[in-house]
Ligand binder design. Structure first.
Ligand code: SF4
Ligand code: MG
Length: 291
């Protein structure tokens, strides 16, 4: 089941009954180890893959949700000029008259910090950061309400990461975008996200405002993730260090609380009963019998 209701309150239901809302101009982070289902959630919401059960419902149109990826090069056709790449959705959806295409593409390139006079160049002529800007210009072409950004800076040099993240913020304000920001990099998430949802094996286990989550994580999984971040002794970006134990298979998840085989606080009830996702404090939700 995946539902994205893109009205004033942008409510998103994704894998396993997961429900959350993303406000206008809000950046909502999804974190978790690989295999946690965060990319799948993003793709289901962007309708790039079908939901495994039920239907995907979208109030509004498909084009209200657009996605950018970790490796923009893979999603940019090397035979197409930048103009062609950015103009294509505009042509397909007939949102601007042909005579206005050049103008609109120039505006989009300008908005993402690219020189519109480079529109006739090809993706291989750009750096990684510039390619991410091209992908973003294309994603913005249809004026989406929600942008799903799956590890958008993970493949970039640290110096370029900050530029892209700052540019995303500026774009967000200019276009009143809601952003679903998927990342395994907690320092990036802390920098860009207003609220954060922590995923484990296809389920959200904790959700809170970013500052609250980092200050007082309540779920043992979140606590383990945060404990695994080394001290900020260098300016190198700190990524998620694997926590102890193998992540279980999402195909055949453990009974009760899915985290119990790895949880230092697990008790008998954790194997038997699935903890409800409940409000622990105003705006702070978690799924743990003992949180
Ligand atoms: Fe750990 Fe039990 Fe809480 Fe799951 S419900 S996180 S196993 S203490
Ligand atoms: Mg992923």
């Amino acid at each position: 089941m995946a539902t994205a209701l893109l009205g004033k309150r942008r409510v998103v239901h994704a894998v396993d009954g997961l429900t959350f809302s993303i406000g206008r101009e809000e950046t909502f982070g999804l974190v978790g180890e690989s295999g946690s289902g965060k990319s799948t959630t993003g793709k289901v919401i962007a309708r790039l893959i079908p939901a495994s059960a039920g239907q995907v419902r979208l109030d509004g149109e498909d084009r209200d949700v657009q996605m950018i990826f970790q490796n923009p090069y893979a999603s940019l056709d090397p035979r197409w000029s930048v103009f062609h790449i950015v103009a294509e959705p505009l042509v397909t959806h007939r949102v601007v008259p042909r005579r206005a295409l050049r103008q609109r593409v120039s505006e989009l390139l300008d908005a993402v910090g690219l020189d519109p006079s480079h529109a006739q160049r090809y993706p291989h002529q750009f750096s990684g950061g510039q390619r991410q800007r091209i992908g973003l210009a294309r994603a913005l072409a249809l004026d989406p309400k929600l942008l799903v950004a799956d590890e958008p800076v993970s493949a970039l040099d640290v110096s370029v990461q900050a530029q892209i993240l700052n540019m995303l913020r500026a774009i967000q304000r200019r276009y009143a975008l809601s952003i679903l920001f998927i990342s395994h990099d907690l320092s990036v998430v802390r920098f860009v996200c207003d609220r954060v949802g922590v995923m484990y094996l296809g389920e959200m286990v904790e959700l809170a405002e970013t500052a609250v989550l980092f200050r007082e994580p309540r779920h043992p999984y979140t606590q383990a993730l945060l404990a695994a971040i080394p001290e900020p002794t260098t300016r190198r970006l700190r990524t998620m260090v694997p926590i102890e134990g193998e992540i279980s298979s999402p195909i055949d998840p453990p009974s009760g609380c899915r985290f119990h085989p790895r949880c230092p606080r697990a008790e008998a009830i954790c194997r038997q009963e699935k903890p409800a996702f409940r409000e622990l404090a105003p705006g702070h939700h978690g799924a743990c019998h003992f949180a």
